[in-house]
Design a protein around this ligand. Structure first.
Ligand code: PGA
Length: 259
C-alpha cells in the first residue's frame, strides 16, 4: 500500500510573530506546486493562530509541539487539544525526546495525551527513539519496543490507523549526526512489525513512520528511498525556507545498498 509522505517542521522554541509570518509566506509560495505529499509546520503556541491564518487555503497544515493530558480545567500554563483545534491545528507532536528528557514525560503520559488528541480530532505524531548510550549498549530494539507498546497501546484499530509515528534517535537530534538510511530503515521496519502485532497488518501498512534527527537537504533524498521511511520530522533545517523547501521537495534516490 502506498503511503502518502508527510514532511513536518518542528520549530521548537524559535520564531517571533514577524519571523513566523515571513517564513510561512515564503513556504506557501515555494511549496505551492507540491501536490503528492503532506506538509506540516509545528511552530510555538504563541504563533499558531497567525501561522494558521497565513496558511489558510494552502496545502500546508499546522500542528502544535505538545498538549496537556487533560480535557480542560485549572492547569495554569497548559494548553488542551481542543484549544489547539480551535486555532487551526490539525496535528500535535507528542512525546518528543526533549519533552521526555527535560520534562519527565513518560510513555504512560504520552499514551494518555495520544487518546485525548484522537478524541478531539487531532492527528498525533508520536515520537520514539533511543539514547546514544542505549544504542551503544545494544538496547535500541528493547527501548523502541517498550516505547511503541506503551506509548501507542490501547487504541481501537480505527484510531490507530490515524496515528503518525516519528523515529528520532536522540543521538541524531540537533547533533548533525544523522542515522544512515540503513540504520533508520532497520528501526522503522521494527516499529511497523510492532504496530502489526498490536493492531494488525492493515493498520501497520497504513501508518506513516517519519524519521527525525538532523534531516537536511543533503540527506533527505537517500532517507526517503527506504521502504519504511514515510517522511521526516525536521528541526533545525525547518527554520530556513530554502532548506525546508528542498527537504519537502526531496527526490528519493536509491543508495548503493542493494535492494
Ligand atoms: P533536528 O531536530 O532536525 O534539529 O535534529 C529534529 C527534532 O527534534 O524533531
Amino acid at each position: 500500500m502506498a503511503r502518502r509522505p508527510l514532511i513536518a517542521g518542528n520549530w521548537k522554541m524559535h520564531k517571533t510573530v514577524a519571523e513566523s509570518v515571513e517564513l510561512v509566506q515564503k513556504l506557501r509560495e515555494s511549496l505551492s506546486s507540491v501536490a503528492d505529499r503532506d506538509i506540516l509546520v509545528a511552530p510555538p503556541f504563541t504563533v499558531l493562530a497567525v501561522v494558521a491564518e497565513v496558511l489558510k487555503g494552502s496545502q500546508i497544515t499546522v500542528g502544535a509541539q505538545n498538549m496537556n493530558d487533560n480535557v480542560q480545567g485549572a492547569f495554569t500554563g497548559e494548553v488542551s487539544g481542543a484549544l489547539l483545534k480551535d486555532v487551526g491545528c490539525s496535528h500535535v507532536i507528542l512525546g518528543h525526546s526533549e519533552r521526555r528528557q527535560y520534562y519527565g514525560e513518560t510513555d504512560a503520559l504520552v499514551n494518555k495525551k495520544l487518546k485525548l488528541a484522537l478524541d478531539v480530532g487531532l492527528t498525533p505524531i508520536v515520537c520514539v527513539g533511543e539514547l546514544l548510550r542505549e544504542r551503544e549498549e545494544g538496547k535500541t530494539f528493547t527501548v523502541i519496543e517498550k516505547q511503541v507498546k506503551e506509548s501507542l497501546g490501547g487504541l481501537a484499530p480505527i484510531q490507530a490507523n490515524k496515528v503518525v509515528v516519528a523515529y528520532e534517535p536522540v543521538w541524531a537530534i540537533g547533533t548533525g549526526k544523522t542515522a544512515t538510511p540503513a540504520q533508520a530503515q532497520e528501526v522503522h521496519s521494527f516499529i511497523r512489525k510492532w504496530i502489526e502485532r498490536l493492531y494488525g497488518e492493515p493498520v501497520a501498512s497504513a501508518v506513516r513512520i517519519l524519521y527525525g534527527g538532523s534531516v537536511k537537504p543533503d540527506n533527505m533524498d537517500s532517507l526517503m528511498a527506504e521502504a519504511d521511511i514515510d517522511g521526516g520530522l525536521v528541526g533545525g533545517a525547518s527554520l530556513k525556507a530554502e532548506d525546508f523547501t528542498r527537504i519537502v521537495r526531496y527526490q528519493a534516490v536509491l543508495s548503493a545498498r542493494a535492494r
